[in-house]
Every structure is written in structure tokens, then in C-alpha cells.
Design a protein around this ligand. Structure first.
Ligand SMILES: NC(=O)C1=CN([C@@H]2O[C@H](COP(=O)(O)OP(=O)(O)OC[C@H]3O[C@@H](n4cnc5c(N)ncnc54)[C@H](OP(=O)(O)O)[C@@H]3O)[C@@H](O)[C@H]2O)C=CC1
Ligand SMILES: O=C1OC[C@@H](O)[C@H](O)[C@H]1O
Length: 457
């Protein structure tokens, strides 16, 4: 089957038909095939186990580790057409075999390296604690495997840059698991910003807090000295909005303050300043990434009033002390877009216009079907009777056969990411359009600065 034929078939078969996600197909396909701009260098071929029966090739996944998110990930994968977990590895044979039988995975390995060397795998999903992301991603890339790494990609900008450079030289796909970016609501957000719907963005403000366990446990990754703490856990979910709001800008400055608990950062307030007068040439799938690609200056700088229109600001509040609303606001000169909580599993965008120009107007440009509660397409246009300046875009999550069984609420949304990775691989891309290498580098730069400032190292 030719590659172009495969892509057409893929558009029709985004999800397993048994769940009858009729209208989802359109949304998933649209959101994954129309946002190119990625690196089209050719990559290793994907297995085509079904070349004779008119379906897309199966993407063969290797699952590296058996923790909580790995379990959610393979459950979500079970709902995706033509993606299959074919092998899993854990540090112990009991964990590997238990996970394999629980999720009907045919092969299990008792070392990560054995999985990486398995020739029957196309892509490795690295879901260990973040301390080991760099090591096993590097080994996987060197073995010629495509790689999806859970967030954070690594624990430093320099390690992230190293992996990206290596993936580029080996022509393999590499992505950080910023799954939020693959949700239909986030595609709509980017569409609204690109069309200047609310004018140039002035600032982004978001909070992400959830109560860490009250008792310290040395085996809970949240307290691990190197990779624990609130910033490495959820800081990227807000930081990633920077390149959505200010896509061609460079980070000018990062200022953070915070408190510590049990040796890790606990409550953090950070402000990122973007210089919007400097276009970042490498901003989308660029071929060159270097050490000072993002920050135009390492110096802290105050912002004078003359800079008002060329500066963008991103403000984030993170805490492990309490559950917060987890809301994000992008304020433009003509209005604002609000992502209601929990924004890392985005299902609703509210657009509030300053001048009422959309009063009562229904914006169904994404052709929603408001009668289908199982879909994830835009059922927008329901204006709030108390606020006629507001347009609501709803993207309900799919009907969920695993309701209540997820380790992390909302993990059903991993299907969007799994589908986008599959699309990228089949199209021969080395980056995912929705979260590019430059996106990861930008986020890593911000996280580096926050962690250093708050932890004082
Ligand atoms: N996308 C998302 O929504 C989420 C992403 N994450 C990310 O996924 C990653 C894993 O998180 P999560 O699944 O919650 O973590 P868990 O603690 O549940 O699992 C971590 C896994 O890491 C492996 N590991 C390797 N070395 C060690 C070690 N020295 N100590 C402990 N574990 C080790 C273990 O694999 P084994 O024993 O099986 O070999 C373990 O199963 C993190 O990077 C996190 O940020 C987490 C939650 C949600
Ligand atoms: O990625 C994540 O999202 C949800 C959080 O609760 C979790 O701790 C984090 O790792």
C-alpha cells in the first residue's frame, strides 16, 4: 500500500470502530493532518502488517516501564485503531509480566535495554521517572527507534537539545508527551490566535495546583530530589502556552520565587517575558537548534513603558499545597480566551470579546454536532445568556469505556496524542506538529530557569 493511500485510510480509521466514534473521525483527522510545517526528512519505515487488507500499517509500540501513566497510556492505545503495544519492559520480571498480562501485551522484557534492542518495535514510549528519560531516550534513538518521552523530556535544556540533535542526525521521530497540545480544544485555541480573533496577546495567566500527599514517602516520585517538585511535574503545562501566545517571540527573561518542602519546590510564582520584536526563525520545525536559540539575553531586564506593545508576559502559579482551579487565561487586545479547568485536559474555551462584536453570534465554523455527547468536535456557539460578549466552544471528551479506572483523570485524552504520533510517523515526520522540538526547547529553558531560581542551584 502506498504512503498516500495509507494516510487516506488513516483519516478514516482514527479510532476503533467498536466505539462508534462517528463524528470523532473528522475532528481527529482534521486536527492531525492540517497542521504541518514539520520536518519532512525521511525516517525509518513503519511496519505494514496489514498491507493486503486495506488498512493502515500498525504502529508497534514498546512500553518502557510499568508505572501509573504507562498503564493509562496502553489503555488509551487499546481504543486507537492500528496502534498496538507489542512489548513492555520493567526493572523486575514480576512487574513486566503482570503488566503484560493485564494489558494483553504479547512480549515482556526484564530490562529496558532488551526492549530497546527488540527489532519488532517501531517506537518506544518512555514512561519512567524523569531522572531516566534522557538515558533511555538516547539509547533508543541510537538503536534507530522513534521515541515518545513523557513530560518533562529531560531534566535540563542542554539534555533536551542533545536528544533533539541526535534524533535529527538519526532521522528518527522524537516528541515530548505534551498531550494537552493534541486535544481538539487546543487546536481551536491556536486557530483563534492565528486568526487574530482576540488581537495580539498581551499576557497569559495560569494556575496548576494539586495537593501532594501529606505524608512524605521516599518512594513517591513527587519527592525525588532531582526530578520531584511541582515545577518538573506540571510547570510545562502552563509554560507551553508561551509559544502559542507569542509564536515568533524570544524569551527575554524568567523571574521566579517559590517555597520548598522536603527538598523540592512546592509553591512557585513565575513570570516569563517575551520579546515580540524578535522573530525566532527556528520557531517551527527548524533544522538548527543551538544553545542560545531562545533566550535573547541572560540578563534580567526591566520593561519600560515604551516596550509595551513589543513585550508579552506569561505568569504561572504552581503549588503542591492544594487543588487549584487550573484555569488559563490568554488576554488579547480585543478580548480574552479562557480555558476552564482542568486546562491540561481541555474541554471548553470561552472567548469574551471586549466590544460585543460577536453578540449572540454562533460560531460553528468547525461544524459541530451538538446532539452527540460522545464526540470531541466543536459544539461551539452556545452564548452565555448572562454575557452576550461570550462565545463558548465545547469539546466534550469521548465516551469513556474505562471511566473511573484511570490512574490520572482525563487520560482518555491520550488517544489524541497517540493518533497524532501515528500520523506523523506515517507521513515520515521527525517532529509532531502540535508540539515541536522548538516547543520542547522553549519549555525546557523556562523550567531550567525556574528550578534554578527557586531551588537556589
Ligand atoms: N502525561 C500525563 O498526564 C502524565 C505524565 N506523567 C509523567 O510520566 C512519568 C512517570 O510518572 P508516573 O507514571 O506517575 O510515575 P510512577 O512512579 O507511577 O512510575 C514510574 C516508573 O519509573 C520506573 N523507574 C525507573 N527507575 C526508577 C526508580 N529508581 N525509582 C522509581 N521508579 C523508577 C518504574 O518502572 P518499572 O519498575 O516498571 O520498571 C516506575 O514504574 C513522569 O515523567 C511524569 O511526569 C505522570 C502522570 C501523568
Ligand atoms: O502530568 C500530570 O498531570 C496531572 C497531574 O496530576 C500529574 O501529577 C502530572 O504528572
Amino acid at each position: 500500500m502506498s504512503l498516500s493511500r495509507n494516510i487516506v485510510v488513516l483519516r478514516r480509521l482514527s479510532y476503533k470502530s467498536s466505539f462508534a466514534f462517528g463524528t470523532n473521525l473528522r475532528c481527529a483527522a482534521a486536527s492531525t493532518t492540517s497542521r504541518c510545517g514539520c520536518n519532512f526528512s525521511s525516517i525509518g519505515s513503519i511496519s505494514n502488517n496489514n498491507s493486503n487488507n486495506n488498512t493502515s500499517p500498525v504502529i508497534r509500540w514498546g512500553i518502557l516501564s510499568t508505572g501509573r501513566i504507562a498503564s493509562d497510556f496502553v489503555k488509551a492505545m487499546s481504543l486507537v485503531e492500528n496502534a498496538k503495544a507489542v512489548a513492555v519492559a520493567a526493572r523486575s520480571s514480576t512487574s513486566a509480566s503482570t503488566f503484560a498480562s493485564l494489558h494483553s501485551i504479547p512480549t515482556h522484557h526484564t530490562s529496558y535495554q532488551e526492549l530497546i534492542s527488540n527489532p519488532n518495535i517501531d517506537i518506544i514510549y518512555i514512561a519512567t521517572i524523569a531522572d531516566h528519560h534522557y538515558t533511555y531516550a538516547k539509547a533508543s534513538i541510537l538503536a534507530g527507534k522513534h521515541v515518545l518521552i513523557e513530560k518533562p523530556m529531560t531534566l535540563s535544556h542542554s539534555q533536551t537539545l542533545e536528544l533533539i540533535t541526535l534524533a535529527q542526525s538519526k532521522h528518527v521521530f522524537l516528541m515530548e508527551g505534551m498531550w494537552t497540545r493534541c486535544f481538539p480544544a487546543l487546536h481551536k485555541l491556536r486557530e483563534l490566535i492565528a486568526s487574530n480573533d482576540i488581537g495580539p496577546i498581551v499576557y497569559v495567566q495560569g494556575d496548576f495546583g494539586y495537593a501532594f500527599p501529606s505524608e512524605y514517602s521516599s518512594s513517591d516520585r513527587i519527592w525525588f530530589p532531582n526530578s520531584g517538585g511541582i515545577t518538573y511535574d506540571v510547570g510545562m503545562y502552563i509554560a507551553q502556552f508561551g509559544r502559542i501566545a507569542f509564536p515568533k517571540s524570544k524569551i527575554k527573561d524568567v523571574q521566579a520565587v517559590g517555597t520548598m518542602k522536603n527538598g523540592v519546590d512546592y509553591t512557585v510564582m513565575a513570570t516569563v517575558t517575551y520579546d515580540r520584536s524578535l522573530a525566532c526563525e527556528n520557531s517551527n520545525g527548524g533544522s538548527e537548534h543551538n544553545a542560545d536559540d531562545i533566550m535573547c539575553s541572560n540578563e534580567s531586564s526591566s520593561t519600560s513603558s515604551e516596550e509595551g506593545s513589543t513585550v508579552g508576559m506569561l505568569q504561572m502559579v504552581l503549588t503542591g499545597a492544594s487543588n487549584t482551579e487550573e484555569r488559563c487565561v490568554l488576554q488579547g487586545t480585543l478580548g480574552r480566551i479562557i480555558l476552564d479547568g482542568p486546562f491540561h485536559v481541555p474541554q471548553r474555551l470561552r472567548v469574551v470579546y471586549n466590544d460585543g462584536r460577536r453578540r449572540g453570534e454562533s460560531d460553528n465554523s468547525s461544524s459541530g454536532n451538538s446532539n452527540n455527547s460522545n464526540n470531541s468536535i466543536d459544539v461551539s456557539g452556545c452564548t452565555d445568556s448572562n454575557n452576550n460578549n461570550e462565545v463558548v466552544h465545547d469539546f466534550p471528551l469521548h465516551k469513556d469505556p474505562y471511566q473511573g479506572e484511570w490512574n490520572n483523570p482525563g487520560s482518555i485524552g491520550l488517544v489524541y496524542q497517540i493518533n497524532e504520533v501515528a500520523d506523523a510517523l506515517r507521513m515520515g515526520k521527525t517532529e509532531c506538529d502540535s508540539f515541536t522540538w522548538q516547543d520542547s526547547l522553549d519549555v525546557a529553558r523556562i523550567i531550567d530557569k525556574i528550578v534554578r531560581q527557586v531551588r537556589g542551584k
